[in-house]
Design a protein around this ligand. Structure first.
Ligand code: ADP
Ligand code: MG
Ligand code: MG
Length: 250
C-alpha cells in the first residue's frame, strides 16, 4: 500500500524529516508516536502532499506508484485521506452538503458523473448509522460551534464517506478529551478492513487503548528510531520518551 524509502523533507528551508523508512500493508494499523516537534505532522503532510513541504530525497510509493510529485488533490483521488483537511467553519453549509460537494468534485476530477442523489442519500444514511451519528448532526453548519467531539465526528464521517485506502489521522489537538478519543477510535475500528490501512499519529498513548495498532513507531528528530507492536506504546506510557532520547543521543 504505502512504501516510504529514505525520505528527507523540509518546510520553509528547515530540514525536518531525515531519512524515514516505513511500509504499511493493506489491513494494517500503524501508530506513529513521538515527542512534540519530532516531525509527526510533517510526515503526515508530506505523505498527503501538502504544499509548502518539500521532498529533498527518497521516495513515497502508493500501490506501487511513485506519488511524491503529485499534488494533494491527486493523492486524495488515489485514496489518501488526511484528517483536518477542512477545519474551517462554513456557516450555511451543512455537514451533509459539504461532503456531497466534496465527493462530486472528486468524481468530476476523475472524469466520473455526479453520484445520483438517491445513492448519495443511501450512502450518507448507511455511514451515519454505522458511526451512530444522528440525523440532526448531519444538518448542522460545518464546524460552526462544534465541540472537540463533534469535530472528530465530522472528520470520521468524512473519512467514512470518502472511503480512503489509506487514512492518516493526525491527533494534534491537545484538547482531545476521552469522548473525542472514543469517537475517533470507534470510527477507525468500524471502518478498517483488510483492504484499507490507517496511520494514527498521536503522542497520547491512551488513544491506543481504543485503537489497537499492529505496529507502533517512534519518531524522534525526523527519524523513526524505534518500531514495535502495541507493547511499545505501553512501554512509552510507563517510561515516557526520555529513555528513547538517551538511546538516540548516546
Ligand atoms: P510534531 O507533529 O511531531 O509535533 P511537527 O511536524 O509539527 O512535529 O514539527 C516538526 C518541526 O518542524 C518543529 O520544529 C516545527 O517547529 C517545524 N515546523 C513544522 N511546520 C513548520 C512550518 N510550517 N514552518 C516552519 N517550521 C515548521
Ligand atoms: Mg506538535
Ligand atoms: Mg503534530
Amino acid at each position: 500500500m504505502l512504501k516510504i524509502n529514505d525520505l528527507h523533507a523540509s518546510v520553509e528551508d528547515k530540514d525536518i524529516l531525515k531519512g524515514i523508512n516505513l511500509e504499511v500493508k493493506p489491513g494494517e494499523v500503524h501508530a506513529i508516536m513521538g515527542p512534540n516537534g519530532s516531525g509527526k505532522s510533517t510526515l503526515a503532510s508530506v505523505i498527503a502532499g501538502k504544499e509548502d513541504y518539500e521532498v529533498q530525497k527518497g521516495s513515497i510509493s502508493f500501490n506501487g506508484e511513485a506519488i511524491e510529485e503529485l499534488d494533494a488533490e491527486e493523492r486524495a483521488h488515489k485514496g489518501v485521506f488526511l484528517s483536518f483537511q477542512y477545519p474551517v467553519e462554513i456557516p450555511g453549509v451543512s455537514v451533509t452538503n459539504f461532503i456531497k460537494t466534496a465527493i462530486n468534485e472528486s468524481r468530476k476530477a476523475q472524469g466520473l458523473e455526479e453520484m445520483p442523489a438517491k445513492d448519495m442519500l443511501k450512502l450518507i444514511r448507511e455511514k451515519a448509522d454505522l458511526l451512530e451519528i444522528d440525523r440532526n448532526f448531519l444538518s448542522r453548519s460545518l464546524n460552526e460551534g462544534f465541540s472537540g467531539g463533534e469535530k472528530k465526528r465530522n472528520e470520521i464521517f468524512q473519512m467514512a464517506m470518502l472511503d480512503p485506502k489509506l487514512a492518516i489521522l493526525d491527533e494534534t489537538d491537545s484538547g482531545l478529551d476521552i469522548d473525542a478519543l472514543r469517537i475517533v477510535a470507534n470510527g477507525v475500528n468500524k471502518l478498517k478492513s483488510k483492504d484499507n490501512s490507517v496511520i494514527v499519529i498521536t503522542h497520547y498513548q491512551r488513544l491506543l487503548d481504543y485503537i489497537v495498532p499492529d505496529y507502533v513507531h517512534v519518531l524522534y528528530k525526523g527519524k523513526i528510531v524505534k518500531s514495535g507492536t502495541k507493547e511499545l506504546a505501553h512501554e512509552l506510557e510507563a517510561k515516557g520518551y526520555d529513555w528513547i532520547k538517551e538511546e538516540v543521543n548516546a
